[in-house]
Design a protein around this ligand. Sequence first.
Ligand code: HEC
Ligand code: HEC
Length: 267
Amino acid sequence: MSNEQLFSLRNPWFRVTVGATIAVVVFSLVVGFIWLPSVKQDAPFQGLWNAICSAAGVPQKWMAGVETIEPAFHTSTAEITPQLLTHPTALSIGRGATLAMRCTMCHGERGMSDANSPNLAGQYAVVIYKQLLDFQSGARTNAVMSPMVKNLSDEEMRDVAAYYASLPRPRLAPGENPPMPDIVAHGSPMRNIAPCASCHGGVDNKAGSPWLEGMPAAYIKAQLTAFASGTRHNDISEQMRNVVRHMTPQEVEAAAAYYAGAHPEER
Ligand code: HEC
Ligand code: HEC
């Protein structure tokens, strides 16, 4: 049998298979775009044509009238990329050092706090910059920090971030490190918790996740509690809120103690 005869309408097999394929396509279009959408008679359903467009993924202008729920607080407007602020100039770091004189009272002379404020030494520049932006926009609020950043310009925030990032970060001497708790090393897949170490350094760093090692335990615990209750809500896409909501108090304790570099029983 030559090819010509095979792909010809005179060939009954060809007619049947092509016909059946077309029938299946038409049937699935009717089910997917007309029948299923029209069965879904919820609030945003406004007629069959809109349901078809909605199923096809066309932008939903007709949804304009539908009420969207706005959060009662500012969310972060900062945009961060892994490349942001990775190559600061010496000039920028120098300007940052001058600005940082205002911050030493709480964050320490070289970015190492002994007042339970977060350390800034060696913190990723992008983290410092983002947090300052959030304090300024009101996405993150703190009685002390909010007024501190009120009058900082964008350049000043970049400079001070570059300065602190250039300082040596706290590290524990080998052997001094307590064993990594399970929650930090493995997370909890059943509760949808990724390992802390996959974002916060240790294994990997996701842009915007702060360096935690050496942070005061009280600070870490306070931040985790604030994320859990929602009083801190500047994490993009609720990355931290979703993690902490499912953590047990013991896990919070263990993670804070580990990052602060002390065994829980030693504190
Ligand atoms: C009077 C004390 C004080 C001063 C002065 C101060 N800070 Fe802070 N800072 C804090 C406290 C307390 C926090 C933690 C806030 C919280 O609990 O949410 C903080 C948080 C931060 C954070 C967030 C760190 C993180 O890991 O999330 C950054 C960045 C920061 N400060 C930068 C600065 C800079 C830059 C200056 C100087 C221009 C400054 N701070 C001056 C007390 C201070
Ligand atoms: C998916 C990535 C991811 C995972 C997993 C993750 N974090 Fe975070 N975490 C972030 C990001 C991003 C931020 C910064 C949020 C923001 O922009 O304010 C953050 C912030 C924090 C802060 C506040 C630090 C500061 O200086 O302000 C603490 C404390 C913290 N995380 C602890 C943990 C612990 C403990 C775990 C594991 C149980 C964990 N995180 C798991 C991404 C993650």
